[in-house]
Ligand binder design. Structure first.
Ligand code: SME
Length: 165
C-alpha cells in the first residue's frame, strides 16, 4: 500500500481530483473493509483540499450515524428527514448547499461551516447505505467539479467495500 498520496498543491481542484482518483482507486482496491476505506478517503480529501470537515454518516436502523471523519467534533445521529445529509439520503442525490444559512433544516454542527456538499453512497442492490458530507468554511465552495470527482471516488468504495470483512 502507498504510504502517501501525491498531488499538486497549487493546482486547481479539477486537476487535483484527476490526480487523486487513480490513487484512491488503487488504495481502495487493495482493501475490502468499509470502515478502513472510509477512514483513508476522509484523510486524503482533508489533506488534499483542506476542507473544514470531511466525514461519513452510515445508515444504522432508521438514522444516519457518524462514521470515520476528519475535522472537529460533529453531531452523531441524523434523522432521514433532517439536514442536508438527510436530504441527500432521502432524495438519493448529491446535494450542494452554497450557503447553509439558507437551507431549511440545516444541522449546524459548527458555526464555522458556511457551505456544504453531501453525496449518497449506494450498495450493490442500489440502496443508499450512507453519505459523504463535506463542509467548507467558505461560502459557495462546491461545484459540479466536486460532485463529479467525489461521485467517482465513492463509486470505488461501493464496488469493493463490505462491512466487517
Ligand atoms: N450539516 C449537516 C450535519 C452534519 S455536520 O455538517 C458534520 C447536515 O445539515 O446534515
Amino acid at each position: 500500500m502507498a504510504e502517501s498520496i501525491a498531488f499538486s498543491k497549487a493546482a486547481d481542484r479539477e486537476t487535483i481530483y484527476a490526480e487523486l482518483v487513480p490513487q484512491i482507486e488503487e488504495l481502495i482496491s487493495g482493501e475490502s473493509d468499509l470502515i478502513a476505506n472510509l477512514a483513508n478517503v476522509a484523510a486524503v480529501l482533508k489533506e488534499a483540499f483542506g476542507f473544514f470537515w470531511v466525514g461519513f454518516y452510515l445508515k444504522k436502523g432508521d438514522q444516519l450515524v457518524l462514521g470515520p471523519f476528519q475535522g472537529p467534533l460533529a453531531c452523531t445521529r441524523i434523522d432521514f428527514d433532517s439536514g442536508v445529509c438527510g436530504h441527500a439520503y432521502s432524495t438519493r442525490s448529491t446535494t450542494i448547499v452554497p450557503n447553509v444559512d439558507e437551507f431549511p433544516g440545516h444541522i449546524a454542527c459548527s458555526s464555522a461551516s458556511k457551505s456544504e456538499i453531501v453525496i449518497p453512497m449506494f450498495d450493490s442492490a442500489g440502496e443508499v447505505f450512507g453519505v459523504l458530507d463535506i463542509d467548507s468554511d467558505r461560502l459557495n465552495d462546491f461545484s459540479e467539479v466536486d460532485q463529479v470527482g467525489l461521485e467517482l471516488i465513492l463509486s470505488f468504495i461501493s464496488n469493493v467495500s463490505s462491512r466487517g470483512s
